[in-house]
Design a protein around this ligand. Structure first.
Ligand SMILES: Cc1ncc(COP(=O)(O)O)c(C=O)c1O
Length: 403
């Protein structure tokens, strides 16, 4: 759609015809008959939870990402809590993390009674910047918890080196990045522990669900116990051995993922490669279509990564526009584009402001937050959906572009 054509269109927010009749969400699951059959099969079986599907899903997942161990959890948040526990975080300890994330990333530090220390992000990727992490490291640092924002891997080698120098662990929150590649390797087997989320907007869904992958057998054992009340043995193993005795060896939680969810996860895993390919194709089309639009910046991709594209966040160049993000967001919504904003920087949430009133500023994250808009991005988007997004963005941005 050329600029001169879009200029003629009245915006839906001003009473014009919206680009779409119904809202296109920013993300959603796609389930097919094979997913539904896999779940029904488990519903008819003996094991709804603590059964054989859990180990099967964990093994297949570990092998898919290239890690030795995978431990399933009831959500990505529970999985993050597991990693904070396994890293030994406790009162008096610190973990360094990013403000540009969903609050669960930092909350897991608080669950363990430790203190989150934020470091600012890199301007291009909005991922934790190793140079900003370095001065925050101290004898209290037990972990660096980095996020692959939008599905673009963080600088894992640099962060790992910083963590090792301080005898801290590197935890990668790859909730956005299942299937992403860093220097030729899939994320999941690189950091000390990697966390994934299976929420419906993600690449693979189990409804709610999460996973931690690691190559460290000791961490894997702690994680398995933590998600099962701190109990050392599994119920099915005891039943099969004809034994009843069990012991609780640490204070854990019931963070188990059910067999119902794992059956769905196994079935979804079959489609993961195709889902990733589709998301990469959509990102390619967006980036090509937006190449000549200077009113916003499309997401950057560094040379040594292949992102998984959970999100496609654009950043408005406000100095070139006649309105701010709020008005442009409303105009896109009026076109029935289910745009969103990722994220309110964590330290700006009221809970964090009240609990840590002396927080410093994180200028890159704060500036990005004022300008971010996530466009629809999910693997079942049709060619028409993609065209509609490109049309709506061109129409709205062109209207608000300074002459
Ligand atoms: C970066 C990040 N970390 C953690 C989570 C929490 O995952 P879950 O919703 O599975 O608990 C999310 C959820 O969207 C997320 O985006």
């Amino acid at each position: 759609m050329s600029a001169s054509l879009t200029k003629l269109e009245t915006l839906a927010i001003h009473g014009g015809k919206p680009v779409r009749e119904k809202l296109l969400p920013y993300g959603r699951q796609s389930l097919d008959d094979s997913d539904i059959c896999a779940v029904i099969e488990v519903l008819k079986s003996d094991w709804l939870t603590t059964g054989p599907k859990i180990g099967e899903f964990e093994e297949r997942f570990a092998s898919w990402v290239g890690a030795r161990h995978a431990i399933s959890f009831s959500s990505g948040t529970a999985a993050l809590h597991g990693t904070a526990f396994a890293a030994g975080l406790g009162p008096g300890d610190e973990a360094i993390t990013t403000p540009m994330t969903f609050c669960a990333t930092a909350n897991c530090i608080l669950y363990q009674g430790a203190t989150p220390v934020f470091a600012d992000v890199s301007h291009d990727t909005l991922n934790l910047d190793p140079q900003k992490v370095s001065p925050k490291l101290s004898s209290r640092t037990r972990a660096i918890i980095a996020v692959d924002y939008a599905g673009h891997p963080v600088e894992l080698d640099e962060l790992d080196e910083l963590a090792k120098r301080h005898k801290a662990l590197l935890i990668e929150d790859a909730s956005h990045a299942l299937g992403a590649e860093y220097r030729g390797k899939r994320v999941g087997g690189i950091a000390d522990m990697t966390v994934f989320s299976f929420h419906p907007v993600k690449h693979l869904t189990t409804g709610e669900g999460g996973m931690v992958t690691t190559n460290d057998a000791r961490l894997a054992e702690t994680l398995r116990r933590f998600r099962n009340h701190g109990i050392g043995s599994e119920a099915r193993a005891r039943q099969e051995a004809g034994q009843w005795f069990y012991e609780m060896v640490l204070l854990g939680f019931n963070y188990r993922l059910t067999d119902i969810a794992c059956a769905l996860g196994l079935s979804q895993l079959e489609k993961l490669a195709a889902n990733l390919a589709r998301r990469r194709e959509i990102a390619r089309q967006y980036t090509a279509a937006f190449r000549d639009l200077s009113a916003f910046t499309a997401p950057a991709v560094r040379d040594d990564v292949n992102p998984a594209w959970h999100l496609y966040p654009i950043r408005l160049n406000l100095q070139m526009l006649t309105s701010g993000r709020a008005e442009i967001f409303r105009a896109l919504r009026a076109e029935n584009m289910g745009v969103n904003v990722h994220y309110v920087p964590v330290h700006q949430h009221p809970y964090y402001r009240e609990r840590f009133p002396s927080q410093e500023n994180y200028p890159v994250a704060e500036d990005a937050y004022e300008r971010l808009i996530s466009l629809p991005m999910f693997h079942s988007m049709t060619a028409q959906d993609v065209e509609d997004v490109i049309h709506a963005v061109g129409k709205v941005v062109d209207h608000y572009r300074k002459a």
